[in-house]
Write a protein that binds this ligand. Structure first.
Ligand code: GDG
Length: 742
């Protein structure tokens, strides 16, 4: 598959259109909205136009809900210089239950760690499904081959899979702008909703989160909700790979930075300076929301006023709250509480000539915002939980004429990149008071050094890098999907294999044992080889042109019993031991097995805690089998065990975890089936190579074999193997055909 270097058309799907739609004489006209996502995509579109960038070949399409939708239909063309707009119509009542209900009464508080604010209502969920389906219906009408669909945020978690069902080949990226919570929070959702959300998201090719913690939380939720394999950041769903990755959203650094010196901003700054008349300025701006920590911030500032009377009359806190959702009861109450607290603090500390807090409940113009960022001595940004927080980044970009200090909550995603800010716990009011005092007296050199490092970082990874990084990684995962694609073997391929086999003079066949030649049984020792299968293997192995290699995780004694009196080469314990046909067993490595003493007690503990599981001990490994346990219990324990072992592996390198079918095996880290196969393949010797296996241990084998090998994986999992075959009997049929063909 060739490298994708451009996008034919970018289609954004996000809850709200980036514009309010107004009617004009000529038709409908779109007027720009504000907000984090809109700013980001708008900046991207402007940049593409300005630089005549050919990465995206046509105008960006944006599908979303408009503000006065009843008037707007698809027959009305909506003009806009940046986007082609696709309005999605959702009946008002559905929208209330969907957006006001499921999104803002459930997902928003839950994902921001406010479980007590959550409202669980079946009608909300139905509306959420309905709204996502309506987005899907509209998108399906316009999707063309080559489109890149980029879905945004928690309002549309079901949409990726809905689209995938109806347009299987389309490229879908999804980006979540809020945190993804840990499983402890996520599991509060009813089981059915949880599953639907995870499966819904997994319809995408790439899932983007602000920081790695959120991506890891998501992966953990996938593990606990589905049976899909996850390796590092890749999830192996039934038919494709999906990647979950961190992409910290950036800002248009240049735009903010250069605006500090614009004429309009300078005029605002002069006015503000006059009002300040030498006082230090602390500044914050946020939407009205409980996640932003507004009350806690006021409480911290109050402690500061109490502890540091020397600052009275010398500092002013400009506390700007931008109106948002204030028709909702909880928000209305919060607004009241904020206003009463501001009143109380001002009442307590004000003098005739000084007010400690200047509270504004309004939206600022861009130049006012930039002027206040630049002029302030302290940016006090203390959300209780925030996906990223763009304000913090904008604050840093705007430190141009008066360098200030950023105080930032460690609960904001932005804290990962802005580590030179003063990071605080926003619940700790004493700490907040202390750091305000520290920031107000910080020396200019320290301020400058801290800012420079942060500026450099956000200048490099700006909103454009963010978007292009996302696009490029989507292309990468598409390529990987292609490599791992599941192609079921068909008659024509079988015929080709048989014909190549017949022609060949030196053939090598690698055959895994469990799940490939023999079905799984209740106990490993019961999975013995069937006489008919053995007959085929014998037939194959007596052919002088053939080298038959049974390559298995089993121990050597077991393999000796099963393949007694056959002329096959045996590989036991994933390559720890090899017995070339007609010779004796040899171990391939000399390894120190001291780690077993650490692992054995852990596995014993898990056997005690999970009924039906058992340990199998081999020379080079210890295996925990859970095929006979209740699958729900086993799944939970398996995750715990993986976590425990992962913790140990971080400190040790002498063993590794290998996962097979219903077995987790810990083995010495220096060998695998791939290494064993390499040692058995004579370079350029075989003119026909064939390999069959059923689980991820066989992927090591598939990986190292030459390009022209016929590699086959049993089952439908994505694989490095060229082909998948649905069942063991079908593979045996194929082997029989090979044996009979000469
Ligand atoms: C969500 C996530 C994530 C604010 N007040 C004014 C104003 N703004 C602009 C800011 C900034 C944006 O709005 C706010 O972005 P945040 O990131 O701080 O917060 P959310 O709106 O909650 O955004 C958040 C973000 O999505 C992006 O992924 O970072 O975690 O919750 O750009 O400048 N702009 C103007 N006047 C204002 O009064 N002009």
């Amino acid at each position: 598959m060739e490298k994708i270097t451009h996008i034919e058309r970018l289609v954004i799907a996000a809850y709200r259109l980036p514009f309010k739609i107004t009617k004009t004489k000529k038709g409908y006209r779109a007027v720009q909205n504000s907000g984090g996502l809109v700013s980001a995509i708008l900046a991207l579109s402007e940049n593409l136009q300005k630089t005549k960038n050919e990465f995206i070949n046509s105008k960006i399409v944006w599908a979303g809900i408009g503000d006065n939708l009843p008037e707007v239909t698809f027959t009305n063309k909506i003009e806009n210089e940046h986007f082609d707009i696709i309005p999605v119509e959702i009946p008002q009542r559905t929208n209330e239950l969907f957006y006001g209900g499921f999104c803002n009464d459930l997902l928003w508080p839950l994902f921001h760690y406010f479980p007590t604010y959550c409202v669980f209502d079946d009608a909300y969920y139905e509306a959420y499904q309905d709204a996502n389906a309506r987005f899907c219906d509209e998108l399906i009408k316009i999707i063309k081959p080559g489109d890149f669909i980029w879905i945004h945020d928690y309002q549309l978690l079901l949409l990726p899979e809905m689209l995938r069902q109806r347009a299987p080949d389309v490229t879908i990226g999804f980006f979540l702008h809020i945190p993804f919570p840990s499983f402890e929070l996520f599991r509060l959702l009813p089981r059915e909703w949880r599953k639907a959300i995870i499966n819904g998201m997994l319809g995408a090719d790439l899932l983007g989160f602000h920081i790695n913690d959120y991506a890891q939380h998501f992966i953990k939720c996938v593990k606990r909700t589905t049976s899909f394999e996850c390796r590092q950041n890749i999830i192996y769903t039934h038919h494709k790979l999906v990647k979950a990755e961190a992409f910290p959203i950036g800002i248009d650094f240049e735009k903010f930075n250069s605006a500090c010196l614009s004429k309009k901003t300078v005029t605002v700054k002069l006015k503000v300076k006059k009002i300040l008349s030498g006082q230090k300025l602390i500044f914050s701006v946020d939407r009205l929301d409980y996640s932003k920590g507004l009350l806690s911030r006021l409480a911290g500032y109050e402690v500061f006023l109490e502890k540091y009377p020397q600052w009275h009359g010398k500092v002013m806190f400009n506390f700007v709250v931008v109106p948002s959702r204030d028709h909702i009861k909880k928000y209305k109450e919060m607004k009241k509480e904020i206003e009463s607290m501001v009143g109380r603090i001002n009442g307590k500390y004000s003098s005739l000539s000084w007010r400690p807090i200047v509270y504004q409940y309004k939206s600022l113009s861009f130049n006012e915002l930039v002027a206040l960022y630049d002029l302030s001595d302290v940016g006090l940004i203390t959300p209780l939980r925030d996906g990223m927080n763009l304000v913090a980044k904008e604050y840093v970009a705007c430190q141009v004429t008066n360098e200030g200090v950023l105080i930032l909550s460690e609960m904001a995603g932005a804290a990962d990149e802005l580590s030179e800010a003063i990071l605080i716990n926003p619940f700790d009011h004493n700490e907040m008071a202390e750091v305000i005092a520290k920031a107000l007296t910080m020396n200019p050199t320290e301020k400058h050094e801290r800012l420079e490092k942060m500026k450099h970082r956000i200048m490099q990874y700006n909103v454009f890098t963010w978007a292009f990084d996302f696009f490029n990684q989507t292309f990468d995962i598409k390529k990987q999907q292609h490599t791992m694609a599941t192609t079921f073997i068909e008659d024509v391929i079988t015929k080709q294999i048989v014909s190549d086999y017949k022609k060949a003079q030196h053939r090598t066949l690698f055959l895994d044992y469990d799940g490939t030649l023999v079905p799984f049984a209740k106990l490993p020792e019961l999975a013995t080889i069937h006489q008919n299968t053995l007959k085929v293997i014998r037939q194959l192995s007596i052919d002088q042109k053939n080298q038959i290699i049974i390559i298995s995780g089993r121990d050597k004694e077991f393999l000796d019993q099963q393949f007694a009196n056959t002329n096959v080469t045996l590989v036991a314990e994933h390559g720890y031991f090899i017995k070339v046909a007609g010779k004796e067993w040899e171990s391939t490595i000399k390894s120190d097995m001291a780690w077993k003493e650490t692992i054995r007690p852990i596995l014993t503990e898990f056997v005690d805690r999970c009924n039906g599981t058992f340990i199998e001990e081999k020379t080079g490994s210890l295996a925990w089998h859970y095929r006979n346990a209740n699958s729900e219990n086993a799944k939970v324990r398996l995750h715990e065990l993986r976590d425990r072992l992962a913790e140990l592996i971080r400190h040790k390198t002498d063993f590794e975890i290998l996962e097979g079918h219903k077995v987790l095996e810990i083995k010495s880290g220096r060998y695998d089936k791939g290494e064993a196969a390499k040692s058995l393949l004579k370079p350029n010797h075989s003119d026909f190579i064939f390999a069959a296996g059923d689980d991820r241990t066989d992927e090591f084998l598939f990986k190292i074999l030459p390009e022209n090998t016929y590699t086959i994986r049993i089952g439908s999992s994505p694989s490095l193997a060229k082909y998948n075959i649905t069942s063991i009997p079908l593979l045996l049929k194929l082997l029989k055909e090979l044996a009979a063909s000469v």
